[in-house]
Design a protein around this ligand. Structure first.
Ligand code: ADP
Ligand code: MG
Length: 362
């Protein structure tokens, strides 16, 4: 006789939390997305020992009242959608599942300090500090704090030792955190994003809404100065280009824009090719390949350029209900997408005189 048991609630909760929170970088991703959804203009990320000993994300967003923050840590609570119809009509926020804060609280010691922004229609004089330990709300107190929200996550997986053990060395965990914060900093040049690890600032963008400036803060001056602007198809996709956007061949994409580096400003891995579909960071081998193809033989062997490239895919050609933790995307017409990206990047390089025209294409 096989004993098929119903799991107790605490076990179910920790298993479910593990689906959302895999490692420190997943905590960082969820918290930064919440700050962006909260209309922040400043997001400060601080981590200790790769995030294993602590992750803090502070923002100047809309903040929460005591009632709101109590709700926010409950299961399946969100302010972003009401029902499935809202999903069908498309969501403008990065989150909407209402599971992140609850999940993080289930597997860590969580402290939320928050105060509503004064332009909100609620009492913004009072701040609140709420703590959660292993899924239980352990205190809710009034707090003196600035407007906005600071969320601190300590001792990740303290109550799930098997998970805790599976975490990698500090440097490896931090590399994942860095990739996540970098991807949001580059995509949101209008927001001041900073990252600090074990007391040392890794980078800080100024939030002046200048893509090149964001690239400079993250990758340094030499890389930023080598970047050329890509702007093909779409309306208003370009940044003040006097000659307007380059033509984009017909295909699935409505527009391709962003920055790519000089063929001699390269690194030995592809990780500096950052690509976004409708503003969301994705890893798509086909997209990276297409960018590399555009350089033809101008790249030295095993060298790869920097890119921060935004692809507009018309609503309807992309599923908004994609899994939040999966970054890979696949396109129905991958060949069409590749051709469009290659053409857009090639024409930007040609225009800047960085490609010999008629350079043989890989
Ligand atoms: P989701 O983002 O899917 O709505 P979360 O569990 O991440 O779910 O957050 C729950 C709710 O808590 C959000 O819908 C939002 O109302 C509130 N919230 C979370 N983080 C912040 C923040 N940094 N500033 C303001 N409100 C927040
Ligand atoms: Mg969220």
């Amino acid at each position: 006789m096989v004993d098929i048991r119903r799991l107790d609630e605490a076990t179910v909760e920790r298993i479910a939390a593990g689906e959302v929170v895999e490692r420190p970088s997943s905590v960082v991703k969820e918290l930064v997305e919440n700050s962006l959804d909260a209309d922040a203009t400043r997001v400060e990320v601080t981590v200790e020992r790769g995030g294993k000993d602590g992750v803090t994300v502070a923002d100047d967003g809309i903040g929460m009242t005591e009632t709101e923050v109590r709700r926010a840590v409950e299961e399946h609570t969100t302010s972003k959608i009401r029902d499935i119809d809202d999903l069908e009509s498309g969501v403008g926020t990065l989150g909407f599942r209402g599971e992140a804060l609850h999940a993080v609280g289930a597997v860590s010691r969580l402290t939320i300090t928050t105060r509503p922004r004064s332009d909100r229609d609620v009492d913004s004089r009072r701040g609140t500090e709420l703590t959660v330990e292993g899924g239980e709300v352990t205190s809710v107190e009034p707090a003196g704090c600035p407007e906005g929200t600071t969320i601190e996550v300590d001792d990740l997986f303290f109550n799930v030792p098997a998970r805790r053990k599976y975490l990698k060395q500090d440097g490896t965990e931090f590399a994942h955190v860095n990739t996540v914060v970098t991807s949001y900093a580059l995509a949101n040049p209008d927001i001041a994003v900073s990252l600090t690890h074990d007391g040392r600032e890794t980078f800080a963008t100024t939030g002046q809404n200048d893509r090149r400036e964001a690239v400079m803060s993250v990758y340094g001056r030499e890389v930023a100065e080598s970047m050329v602007e890509v702007s093909a198809g779409g309306e208003g996709g370009g940044e003040s280009g006097d000659d307007g956007d380059a033509a984009l061949p017909d295909g699935p994409l409505g527009g391709v824009s962003g920055l790519v580096s000089h063929p001699e400003t390269t690194r030995s891995t592809r990780e500096y090719l950052s690509t976004y579909v409708n503003g969301r960071y994705v890893t798509a081998g086909a997209v990276r390949d297409a960018v590399i193809e555009a350089y033809g033989h101008q790249l030295a062997p095993d060298r790869y350029p920097f890119a921060v490239l935004f692809l507009d895919v018309p609503a309807g050609d992309v599923d908004v209900n994609v899994h939040p933790r999966k970054l890979e995307v696949r396109f129905a017409d991958e060949e069409g997408v590749r051709e469009q990206i290659e053409a857009a990047v090639e024409s930007a390089l040609l225009e800047d005189g960085l490609l010999r025209s008629g350079a043989p294409r890989g």
